[in-house]
Design a protein around this ligand. Structure first.
Ligand SMILES: Nc1ncnc2c1ncn2[C@@H]1O[C@H](COP(=O)(O)OP(=O)(O)OP(=O)(O)O)[C@@H](O)[C@H]1O
Ligand SMILES: [Mg+2]
Length: 265
């Protein structure tokens, strides 16, 4: 498969990267993934051999202390950061074996990313920001903005579509970032702290929307969070520490443990 894709590089603008190869039915499969930033004395070993599987149709949360490598890991998974070593496939496909054009195309069709810092484009209004994945997929601006407005309605920002990001609060910008991740119906969405700027009620609404629209029937969601109040939306919870996944547990078990330790304290 990989050779076929390499050979097709740049000759075929829509290579057959439809995710049917290998992968064992997994949305994400990581084995021994490593990533080091910098070199020599300044080197930071952010990922030290990560093993993680995310099933198709599942909502996996990723928790762990600040600096343990969560953002680095989901960036590798989403193909926006190159790993140094190990294996990582998304729907059986490996970003490391794709040309940059293939990556853009695969991401555009299959992946939504909610960045920790939102990464909205300041000069575009929010409907245009949300439209970006559709434009990458070849939609006309008029159609794409129409669809963006529909998704902005779903996150409670339908009447703000003409505003540029700087006119919105942090929580509103976060909801724009979520709308942008949803708009093209990707098969995998990765969200970095998607409720960090939201009050509890809005955070719950956003998680309900994500769960309803982005999980199930082969669609998977990976959510990095520090917010135990949203654990109830997860199927499984992966714990990360110091560049490793140290445990993957059913969400009910984690919630039960938290409740019993809370009751005992
Ligand atoms: N671009 C970078 N250059 C150098 N070091 C980096 C870079 N990005 C992350 N790091 C380092 O890699 C380690 C893992 O960072 P990462 O952002 O993945 O952690 P995190 O678990 O997402 O943390 P947080 O919960 O604070 O967002 C940290 O020690 C961080 O300082
Ligand atoms: Mg982070």
């Amino acid at each position: 498969m990989s050779r076929m894709v390499m050979a097709a590089n740049d000759l075929n603008p829509r290579p057959p990267l439809n995710g049917t190869a290998n992968g064992g039915g997994m949305a994400v499969s990581c084995r021994g993934v490593t990533k080091t930033y910098g070199t020599g004395g300044a080197a930071v070993r952010a990922l030290r051999g990560v093993d993680l599987d995310v099933r198709q149709g599942e909502l996996m949360m990723l928790v762990g202390p600040s600096g343990c490598g969560k953002t680095s890991l989901i960036s590798v998974i989403a193909g926006v950061l190159d790993r140094d070593g190990g294996d990582c496939t998304v729907f059986g496909e490996d970003f490391a074996r794709m040309s940059s054009r293939e990556r853009t195309s695969f991401r555009g069709r299959n992946i939504g990313f909610v960045f920790q810092a939102f990464n909205l484009i300041p000069t575009l209004n929010i409907a245009e920001n949300v439209a970006v994945p559709l434009l990458i997929n070849g939609w006309s601006m008029v159609k794409a903005v129409g669809e963006s407005r529909r998704v902005l309605e779903q996150v409670g920002l339908g009447d703000r579509w003409k505003d540029v990001p700087s006119r919105l609060s942090g929580g509103q910008q976060q909801r724009v970032a979520i709308a942008r991740a949803l708009v093209h119906h990707p098969r995998l969405i990765v969200c970095d702290e998607p409720t960090s700027a939201l009050d509890h009620a809005t955070g719950e609404k956003v998680m309900e929307l994500l769960k309803e629209t982005a999980v199930g029937r082969g669609k998977s969601l990976v959510v990095v969070t520090h917010d135990a109040r949203i654990f109830q939306f997860a199927d499984r919870i992966a714990r990360m520490d110091d560049g490793h996944i140290i445990a993957v547990e059913q969400a009910e078990a984690v919630i039960r443990q938290a409740a019993s330790s809370g009751a005992g304290s």
